[in-house]
Design a protein around this ligand. Structure first.
Ligand SMILES: [Zn+2]
Length: 125
């Protein structure tokens, strides 16, 4: 699982993929106990019925961390931040915790050009 994600990362702001068949023909299927979004694969040939997108790795991307910081500074709540960035609230909290300890002033502003635009480019599959 972890390896699979590592292959997809970094810059894949993709629709959800089924971890078994790699199909993107998946639908939302409620939430897990931990509040993670659960998905169901609609590929008839796939044995995987439901899975959870373990994409909290997004929270580890420098640009996402930066956005978390920015949103926090702008007064966004944890849940708002999580929703907008499509990451889990836990990830937001973790990122904020890490950020608030020692001061690490070494973020590079060069990575902000691919700004997250709230799935507005109408890509459908
Ligand atoms: Zn599948």
């Amino acid at each position: 699982m972890e390896q699979f994600l590592a292959v997809l990362a970094p810059m894949v702001l993709e629709p959800v993929c089924c971890p078994s068949c790699n199909s993107t023909d998946v639908v939302k299927n409620g939430k897990s106990d931990e509040g993670k979004q659960r998905y169901r694969c609609r590929n008839a040939e796939c044995s995987r019925r439901s899975f959870i997108r373990e994409y909290s790795y997004r929270g580890y991307l420098p640009e996402v961390k930066q956005q978390i910081s920015d949103m926090a500074l702008n007064g966004s709540g944890i849940r708002d931040t999580a929703r907008v960035l499509k990451i889990s609230p836990t990830t937001v909290i973790e990122a904020l915790k890490k950020r608030s300890s020692p001061r690490t002033g070494e973020h590079s502003p060069a990575t902000t050009n691919g700004r997250f635009t709230d799935d507005g480019d109408g890509r459908q599959s």
